[in-house]
Design a protein around this ligand. Structure first.
Ligand SMILES: [Zn+2]
Ligand SMILES: [Zn+2]
Length: 153
């Protein structure tokens, strides 16, 4: 996304719209995918030789659950986007695409779960415990305890 510096009036300009989710370059990301359009609501103003851009960003995308690995849809919002660009007299435009990408990726949670109740997968056999159950012993220690019970008898 380019901001045409020369057209910004002294009081600044508002920019509302969206850019395709492809700018996030998630093709090789294993945990984040299917981004929708990145919505932006920005305000740009020239202050001496700089262009100050601030505002908020929002995008819907799919995240891999840290417990069960299933992808779930969520929304990432950035409420405090703020960047300053060098824009001396004669600057035609400033491209902020890379900063939009960087800021969104910074706000993607590193440990996301599809729901607080997600049971995850069985660490032994890999069964998704949200959709089924397995015959594995649920606790490592249970076998030892039952052996002690046996001694008491
Ligand atoms: Zn999950
Ligand atoms: Zn199991």
């Amino acid at each position: 996304m380019k901001i045409l510096v020369a057209r910004i009036p002294e009081e600044g300009s508002h920019y509302n719209g969206d850019v395709p989710g492809e700018i996030l370059q998630l093709e090789d990301d294993r945990f984040v995918r299917n981004p929708g359009d990145v919505k932006y609501s920005l305000y740009a103003q020239r202050v001496s030789d700089e262009l100050i851009v601030r505002g908020s960003l929002e995008v819907e995308l799919d995240l891999g659950c840290a417990r069960c690995s299933e992808f779930f849809s969520t929304r990432v919002t950035v409420s405090d986007f703020l960047r300053a660009y060098s824009a001396p007299e004669g600057t035609d435009s400033v491209d902020i695409t890379e900063d939009l990408r960087e800021e969104i990726l910074l706000h993607v949670p590193g440990f996301a779960v599809c729901s607080e109740e997600c049971k995850g997968v069985c660490p032994q056999c890999g069964t998704d415990l949200n959709t089924g159950s397995c015959a594995c012993k649920t606790e490592e220690g249970s076998g030892a305890w039952s052996a002690l019970d046996g001694l008491n008898l």
